[in-house]
Design a protein around this ligand. Structure first.
Ligand SMILES: Nc1nc2c(ncn2[C@@H]2O[C@H](COP(=O)(O)OP(=O)(O)OP(=O)(O)O)[C@@H](O)[C@H]2O)c(=O)[nH]1
Length: 332
């Protein structure tokens, strides 16, 4: 007897990458509080619209922000009242951000509907009474809450990033406050560990964006990523390298070496002055056109195959159990 399990469908992005010459790139900006995510989204929008003559569709997912410097096409604050969430659910600020994101996730299929209609107007059924659709957008930019874990460690964050990556080539931009790393190699390493854990969790191509390069150049960060010895030297200068702490730090930075050499694309920008945006676009495009379109999709296909094999194994074992039960029943 052969088992009949349904073949798992590939997400639409797979076919779009094969059949379309151009797909909008989705950039999800994450990073520690105050690293400059919102300022970077603003700079990205300006750079696209004013310098590159391309369109940016910005989405704000921070319910607690008071004002935005950029124009958000979709804003979580239009549907979720953060202060009301605090009051009604008797929550503190972080819990309220988490709950607001969870509430918004329940409507995220509508957000995806809007984004897909704007990105691929030709895939939509149109009626003669409808107006001519806007031209397809070039980039979708997602601004996430200041409390990084609200997005990165929540189910809602995973659902939203997976939904976006199932429809568009998607890149994660991990924004780092370069000035804060300059005085502390430990802060640099904490940032890199966080970036690495995000890659591990989402598997999406990652671009480490060293921001605030108008304050200090990011060259020292690139050197620490390239040269293990140089980073150890910097660490030795600020902390005791002997004992448990020193050995833990060395082991962690050795583990990060693989992350730096294989997975992390990096560039430096100043969201304030716009310096470094050319390199930013080259790095983001490479991450979308190579790392997403080849590596991420390959990995996604093998995960779907594995899931398919697991489903088939479960179906076979269910059938065997059923056959046994029937045989036992007939011998009674
Ligand atoms: N000098 C300098 N300051 C910057 C730059 N980018 C952002 N800032 C400043 O850093 C602070 C935080 O910037 P935001 O853009 O609000 O950072 P964020 O990560 O969105 O902040 P939260 O969402 O509140 O965590 C602000 O005072 C910005 O003016 C930059 O490139 N250079």
């Amino acid at each position: 007897m052969t088992s009949t399990t349904k073949t798992l469908p590939l997400p639409p992005v797979v076919e779009r990458l094969q059949t379309r010459e151009k797909n909008p790139i989705c950039i999800i900006c994450v990073g520690m509080a105050g690293s400059g995510k919102t300022s970077l989204v603003n700079r990205i929008q300006e750079s696209l619209e004013e310098d590159l003559d391309q369109s940016a569709y910005c989405v704000n997912l921070d319910p607690a922000t008071l004002s935005l410097p950029y124009e958000a096409s979709i804003d979580i604050r239009d549907t979720i009242n953060y202060k009301e969430v605090m009051k009604q659910h008797k929550l503190g600020p972080n819990g309220a951000i988490m709950t607001s994101l969870n509430l918004f996730t329940t409507k995220f299929d509508q957000v995806m509907g809007i984004l897909e209609r704007r990105a691929y107007p030709d895939e939509q059924e149109t009626t003669t009474t409808e107006q001519t659709p806007n031209p397809p957008m070039d980039y979708i930019i997602i601004d996430t809450p200041g409390q990084i874990e609200a997005f990165t460690w929540s189910a809602s964050g995973s659902i939203m990033s997976e939904s976006l990556a199932s429809a568009f080539p998607t890149v994660l931009c991990f924004v780092v406050d370069t000035a804060r790393c300059a005085s502390s190699p430990n802060t640099f390493m904490s940032n890199m560990l966080y970036a690495c854990s995000m890659l591990y969790r989402t598997r999406l191509p990652l671009v480490v964006v060293f921001n605030k390069t108008d304050v200090v150049s990011h060259e020292f960060c690139l050197e620490w990523m390239r040269d293990y010895e140089a980073f150890q030297k910097a660490l030795d200068e600020v902390s005791d390298s002997s004992g448990f702490y020193g050995s833990l730090t060395r082991s962690l930075s050795m583990a990060l070496d693989e992350f730096y050499s294989t997975f992390a694309n990096a560039c430096g920008v100043s969201a304030m002055t716009g310096n470094g945006m050319d390199e930013f676009w080259t790095t983001v495009r490479k991450a979308a056109e190579q790392d997403f379109a080849l590596d991420y999709i390959e990995d996604l296909k093998s995960r779907i195959d594995e899931q398919q094999a697991r489903n088939q194994a479960i179906a076979r074992s269910d059938i065997r159990r059923l056959q046994r039960d029937l045989e036992e029943e007939s011998t009674k």
